[in-house]
Ligand binder design. Structure first.
Ligand code: NG6
Ligand code: CA
Length: 512
């Protein structure tokens, strides 16, 4: 009897030990394999919109926890002051002006050349599994998309193994999800068509049926109504495929979590571009009314919760320590962007730009200066605040270095390798940096130069004054060490500097 028990016990111990060592070797394998990369890319989040960046009105505990565990950058920039150009540069390592990449309508063709190198293809060269989950806004197809068939080229052709998208923006049709190449819940008997030229379909429109609206909208956003929100553009068909804005926080994080679970045993790269806190801001009831600042503040809370949910999954899967997380935003803040959600009226003392001048669309600093946090428990040298000057366009070359990929001649020409600064709060970044808006600006040392504006802005922007957006016909120069809020234009006092910086911009523009 005793013997049997001993045998049983020793058998049990062996089983436990084997289980432990299997468990150990699995964990060891996860630690030894190339680090994962997760890019959280919030939409329209301003420099001051996070409590660890000074927001007092409400709290963002999940993002703050990342700042606590990593590097909090104070001079990091999206490469442009609007969404499409910023995303274009992030995924190609090239300035958007080289390809005239501007804000796109929802029926625009894919603006990234899928025969050329891209950030996700670079990750694939390094052996990574890649995914994009969230807002796309880089165009899809070749200009003649049939939303009832396979939609391509798109993210899969650009090097993502998996994609789950809001095709354009929350305020543009089509208001459906696209998983890989297909609209989710599409129905051949109720085919989807969209138009940005004329009214199509049976759905009511905002201009005629304001009583159906959850939020009033400007004329541009007053076409097809879906889920009580009027959008830019018209959509017919696809009743079963319509999204419900309030579901976004669950739908997108669930898909990201599924991807993490499926990819956790190999190195993976997840690009997670949020819809929040872009308009229309229609947060889930878990967040609605919780910030005290109206839907814009509530959308910040929702975004923070989504971030936490994904970070928790990384922890749950045992991969958090070996994951480089980059958290940032695609451009600066905007209050009224077409819907009456009372962002301005309800913000109280909150300053979404954190004191910097301007915001989304603007050539001034708040157009591109955004929160940026990097965590990587296994690999950061020094945590804390970093003043390194960094542009998101630099992620391409820096992450190539990080994953050990050699880039081809001419690949990501405008990107600089700032990896040392991404991994060490004490390292410096760029010496000079271009900022794109409706004009070009250059940061160089303590100087910020804004080139004279010669083009045109879209009609709808004309009512926001050109001055407000930094668009002037004469050059502007600011000494940021003395005047970080860009109040005193010293261009006339420093003609040599103006000439030198304009020359630099011309040289960058001429580069191929
Ligand atoms: C503008 C929209 C604005 C927003 C922006 C894109 C109007 C009047 N304004 O055209 O609401 O959608 O495009 O924002 O239509 S971004 O963050 O995706 O660049
Ligand atoms: Ca944006």
């Amino acid at each position: 009897m005793i013997k049997t028990n001993n045998l049983l016990i020793s058998g049990l111990i062996t089983t436990l030990l084997t289980a432990c060592s299997v468990e150990e070797s699995h964990q060891e394998k996860l630690t030894k394999q190339k680090p994962n990369v997760v890019i959280f890319y919030v939409d329209d989040l301003g420099y001051g919109d996070i409590s660890s960046y000074g927001m007092k009105a409400t709290q963002t505990p999940n993002v703050d926890a990342l700042a606590q565990e990593g590097i909090r950058f104070t001079d990091a920039h999206s490469s442009a002051a609007t969404c499409t150009p910023s995303r274009y540069s992030l995924l190609t390592g090239q300035y958007a002006f080289r390809n005239n990449a501007a804000i796109l309508p929802g029926d625009a063709p894919l603006i990234i050349d899928h025969t050329k190198p891209t950030l996700p293809k670079m990750f694939k060269r390094a052996g990574y599994k890649t995914a994009v989950v969230g807002k796309w806004h880089l165009g899809l197809g070749d200009g003649f998309v049939d939303w009832n068939k396979a939609v391509k080229p798109g993210p899969l052709e650009l090097g993502f193994d998996y994609s789950f998208l809001m095709p354009a923006t929350g305020d543009r049709v089509p208001t459906v999800y696209l998983e890989n190449r297909h609209v989710v819940n599409s129905n051949a008997n109720d085919p989807i068509t969209i138009s940005y030229k004329e009214r199509i379909g049976q759905r009511p429109v905002g201009t005629e049926s304001p009583e159906l609206l959850k939020q009033k909208a400007d004329l541009q956003h007053s076409a097809t109504i879906v889920n009580g929100i009027s959008r830019i553009g018209w959509m017919a068909g696809g009743n079963k495929a319509e999204w419900k804005d309030e579901d976004f926080p669950f739908v997108f994080t669930d898909k990201a979590i599924d991807f993490i679970q499926s990819a956790k045993d190999e190195p993976f790269m997840l690009f997670f571009p949020f819809h929040d806190i872009h308009v229309p801001r229609v947060p889930h009831k878990m967040f609605a009314g919780k910030s005290g600042m109206g839907p814009r503040g509530d959308a910040i809370l929702q975004m923070d919760w989504m971030t936490g949910r994904i970070v928790n999954e990384l922890k749950k899967q045992g991969v958090y320590d070996n994951t480089l997380i980059i958290f940032s935003s695609d451009n600066g803040p905007v209050m009224d962007d077409g819907y009456a959600d009372f962002a301005e009226e309800m913000r109280g003392e909150h300053d979404p730009a954190g004191g910097y001048r301007g915001g989304k669309y603007s050539a001034y600093e708040a157009g591109t200066r955004v929160p940026m946090i990097v965590t990587y428990p296994n690999g950061l040298k020094n945590k804390g605040d970093s003043t390194a000057l960094i542009s998101h366009i630099d992620l391409y070359k820096s992450l190539a270095e990080f994953t050990g990929v050699e880039l081809a001649q001419g690949e990501a020409v405008d990107s600089e390798n700032v990896l040392p600064a991404l991994l060490d709060a004490k390292e410096s970044g760029r010496n000079e940096m271009l900022e794109e808006s409706f004009t070009l600006s250059l940061r160089s040392g303590n100087w910020k130069y804004i080139a004279p504006f010669t083009g045109t802005t879209p009609d709808w922007l004309a009512n926001k004054t050109a001055i407000e957006n930094g668009l002037q016909t004469s050059p502007q120069l600011f000494d940021l060490t003395k005047d970080w809020q860009e109040q005193v234009n010293v261009a006339e006092q420093h003609p040599d500097m103006v000439e030198k910086l304009q020359h630099r911009i011309d040289t960058i523009k001429a580069m191929k």
